[in-house]
Design a protein around this ligand. Structure first.
Ligand code: F6R
Length: 248
């Protein structure tokens, strides 16, 4: 996997934001939409802050952007403090001129018996939009991308999954206790993610160093779903020094 290591996550995030902005502008110049796959969590927040700055200070418009988020807790009300709907609005959508009808985030309120249909429809919408051009990813300590926990196969699709214990531990502070973290989530599958034309994975800090090493240097296996990124022709792994510290 091609890896870029930066001295700090701020510089790295600015470079990634610049890359996304260039793509948005290029598509706008062609009169086309730019379809982005977006992630939540701590890893992409500075990228979103920089995109907001580019919108405010350099006239970057999101009028031609169509977005699909990777995942959402299940169940989850969109107005909850911990919802990914709220996260995306807080960090990005409320501060730029994206069209509300172009924003797609898995709906954590879909009744259980409709989830399978809902997930199929989510994938259809991605296809109808022309497919994801650039997919932003973080990585969990379990090796998950999206919420594809260990056991998720290379051809898995958008679906409901059970969160790993480690993932729920890592989310505990957001929910004021692990017992409050939802046990399940909706997520795009590994196979869905691998269909993006380009993938940019962000990881910061020493807590990610071990899983980054497994992702980059380990054999592809469903015990570390991020290893399946090795099968994609256009992935860029963007790290700070600490996250890259265990790479050989
Ligand atoms: C979030 C997502 C997750 C996170 C991962 C890392 O939409 O899909 O895979 O990217 O859990 O989270 P942070 O960035 O908070 O370390």
């Amino acid at each position: 996997l091609p890896v870029s290591v930066y001295t700090d996550s701020e510089q790295a995030s600015a470079a990634v934001a610049r890359q996304i902005a260039d793509l948005i502008r290029q598509r706008a110049a062609e009169g086309r939409n730019c379809v982005l796959g977006l992630a939540t969590g701590s890893s992409p927040t500075r990228v979103y802050e920089e995109l907001v700055r580019l919108h405010r200070e350099e006239g970057l418009s999101f009028r031609n952007v169509v977005s699909f988020n990777l995942d959402e807790y299940y169940p989850m009300a969109p107005d909850s403090l911990q919802s990914y709907v709220r996260f995306m609005h807080e960090y990005l959508f409320d501060h730029v001129d994206i069209r509300p009808e172009n924003v797609h985030i898995p709906d954590g309120t879909v009744p259980q018996e409709q989830v399978a249909d809902y997930c199929r429809r989510y994938e259809e919408q991605i296809r109808e939009a022309g497919g994801i051009e650039l997919q932003l990813l973080g990585i969990g300590r379990t090796g998950h991308i999206g919420f594809n926990e260990p056991g998720s196969g290379a051809s898995s699709r958008t679906r409901i999954i059970t969160l790993d214990h480690i993932t729920r531990t890592d989310a505990a502070s957001d929910f004021y206790g692990e017992e409050n973290v939802p046990r399940r989530a909706l997520t795009m599958g590994v196979g869905s993610i691998l269909e993006a034309k380009k993938i940019v994975l962000l990881a910061w800090g020493e807590g990610k160093a071990a899983v980054v090493k497994r992702m980059v240097e380990g054999e592809p296996t469903d015990t570390v779903p991020a290893t399946y990124l090795q099968r994609h022709p256009a992935v860029q792994v963007v790290l700070d020094d600490a996250a890259g510290a265990e790479l050989t």
